[in-house]
Design a protein around this ligand. Sequence first.
Ligand code: BGP
Length: 481
Amino acid sequence: MPFRKDFLWGGATAANQYEGAWDLDGKGASVPDHIRGGTVSTPRLWDKEIDPNVYYPSHQAVDFYHHYEEDIDLMGEMGFRCFRMSINWSRIYPTGMEEKPNEKGLEFYHKVFLRCKKNNIEPLVTLSHYELPWGLSEKYNGWTGRDVIDYFVRYARTCFEEYKDEVKYWLTFNEINIGAQPLGRIMSLGMQGKDHDPMFMFNETKQERDDRFTALHNQFVASAKAVKIGHEINPEFKIGNMIAGSLSYPYTCNPKDILEADNSFNMANYFCGDVQVRGHYPYYAKRYFKDNDIDVAMQEGDEKILAEGTVDFYSFSYYASSCVSTDPEVNEKAGGNMLSGLKNPYLQASDWGWQIDPDGLRTYLNRVYGRYEIPLMVVENGLGANDERSADGKFHDDYRIEYLKKHIETMKEAVEDGVDLMGYTMWGCVDLVSASTGEMKKRYGFIYVDRDNDGNGDFHRERKDSFYWYKKVIESNGEEL
Ligand code: BGP
């Protein structure tokens, strides 16, 4: 049996894309509550003031808030052993700065965890999945403000203490490495941009770049402090980091392309991975900061904090791969989640342009395990597709089954290679709002939700073919694919 007996099979979600109820029971607005919907070619815009006449996808999302019992029972029916979800910080601390948590918010997640328990499902909880409270974003320019660390630590402590007997597996920040890219400024670091600016902003001034890396550093410190406190509260906790797995191949065997690909992998994955797993910045960070004229506001004592707050396991998302080239003539772009590179002539792409590469998952697992030798977990992987109802009224998503099957196969190979893999949570197990485009049309789920891009639909749930397929995969612990 390649997979561990207790392999954590399941699915993944994030509150801002799934929960809805954005202003119910005391919840405050978070950064994504200010971001409009877009498409693959129209970037999402964001508003400083929420406009009552505009449709914001996160406001109702797919209403997990009122469907959690049904959804978790469906996960139970599939045999899920793990449900990755996030706690929405602004449901617990509405502006991020309150002295006391919002009781109703705490109560909601107790109910969610209880339902998980009934279904024998282990929750895996992300503390911050692109969900900074708007209050903090506005007051401190997101994570640029050093004070945000303390607010996060207070929030993390509250969650750890409150749920210490209900949750064992935690992640601090979703895809923390997106903050190392300019386009991570709003979503990942909660920094303020110009009103109505598309969220992807590339033309940074020096000050903006300094602020971004300071913000990222503050997240590192916050994450490390949280890990340490979490282990004090419950030594049984397993607390992981979460990286947007980014794999880019050299376009040719030109040594310059090889070097470029190595540098790109280092910056995209190990830069943050090293801080969170090894407890210090990688050896090449100094040169990167110097070459890019970046000044990071670090404080005395930070090094010690980082060293003391290393994670128990490394988790990551993996959807696609791309190429890099030093030849300006090679410039055909591939799509991707926040990160994108060049097209690979050997790969097919999804409808959204993401290049499907199951072998890349094996490569990634081996590479990262080789560097860190701590347990790994694939906490996001899946296919965003435009699912159409067939003439018989059902959703026959064989293309999704194919995608998942191929990735699980190479994951199995990686385990045979010797990689210590804890689990696999397929992204968007219940259809939810897309992070990059804000669409509903881009569906990932085993479970269909009746909701469209404009906010129509009654939220009812239906099982797709992949639902029954995944049930068998879990039952057979990955033997029957
Ligand atoms: C990751 C995010 C998720 C999720 C996923 C799929 O980057 O952590 O929140 O959304 O990508 O991306 P998308 O929703 O844009 O298809």
